[in-house]
Design a protein around this ligand. Sequence first.
Ligand SMILES: Cc1ncc(COP(=O)(O)O)c(C=O)c1O
Length: 406
Amino acid sequence: MPRLKSFPIDWVVNAAATPSAAYGADQRRALDEAGFERAWSTVTRWPGYRATPLVSLPGLARAAGVAELRYKDEGGRFGLGSFKALGGAYAVYRLLARMIATKTGGTEPAIDDLLSGRHRDHAKDVVVASATDGNHGRSVAWGAKLFGCRCVIFIHATVSEARRQAIAAYGADVIRIKGNYDDSVHHCAAESAKRGWHVVSDTAYDGYWQIPCDVMQGYAVMAEEIIREMSPPPTHVFLQGGVGGLAAAVVARFWQVWGTRRPRAVVVEPVRADCLFQSAKAGRPTKSTGDLDTLMAGLAAGEVSLAAWEVLKGGATAFMIVPDEAAVEAMRLLAQGVDGDPRVVGGEAGVGGLAGLLAATVDGKAHAAFGLTTESRVLTIGSEGDTDPELYRKLVGRSGDEVRAV
Ligand SMILES: Cc1ncc(COP(=O)(O)O)c(C=O)c1O
């Protein structure tokens, strides 16, 4: 059994998260149950839908000193490589459905009507746009293709060529701009305002709320699949955070269904992109202190999504930060299959939660602060596979295909 490595980490326990608190008005402003039902009945009708595997890792659980460890492997989600397939594409559907309802003066068309092409004439004139560092843009582009509208995606200077191609493969126009992610967001907003395009972003700010909430409702489908498979609920869930959408969607759905039996939720971020951790410390949305230069590209967020924060401020039990090396170590352990475990391909951002659990295991204080014991049953979400295959091979020493083939 491998000895787990120690990494410099930091964390804060969220005093505002009361286990007995009911799912309430603040949380429903972001994610309400009716919205979830709509997302579930829509996404589960998309072509190729099936629940992703909830892999058991007893070997790694032994190494981490817990009773059970599960890893929800999103690598195969709709062939897009990450959980993000659920969110951006669902928001494109909702946007089109609302627009068609307004244009025709009727109700929002059901998913089957859009998929059948019945509203092709309305959809083809709509342009959706987004800035991305990879996975979200791929989802929006795929959704646009699925529902028959046009798509323009803005990427920044350091987004890899492989990620650019993966987006372009769905027929989107991909525009690479100079500068960083924030510059691509501003560029996208300015061009869209000028040209009448519709921005589909995964992060909510004042005056821009509905679409990112739709994105999160799409993500919540993943949480519902877990609920249907795990009984009793896990005691802990470790969730990686970028703007907080994934974590909020999972925390919200668990809270709605499991109530006080919901697991403790630890949100894990890269040291250099720590906006949720900083927000928890300050008790209000606060920017990252780091330069966002992290290997965990999907988590490189400078500011929280305000809608996600509505859920996490009272729903996440703790927030922690880990260095990139902790993620690389988690990728390698998954790829090697600890002590007879199945081998799993987890990408840099995808293993963030697992990296947090493993780092906390060897840090006595964090371990105690998160309430981890030998009885704990821990859930982690592998939010992406090898979405950047070259980088994966460089970090793990083998390609994703080689790992999967063993
Ligand atoms: C693979 C992966 N995991 C996790 C996240 C974090 O999600 P969020 O930004 O909603 O917190 C992202 C965001 O892009 C991602 O691509």
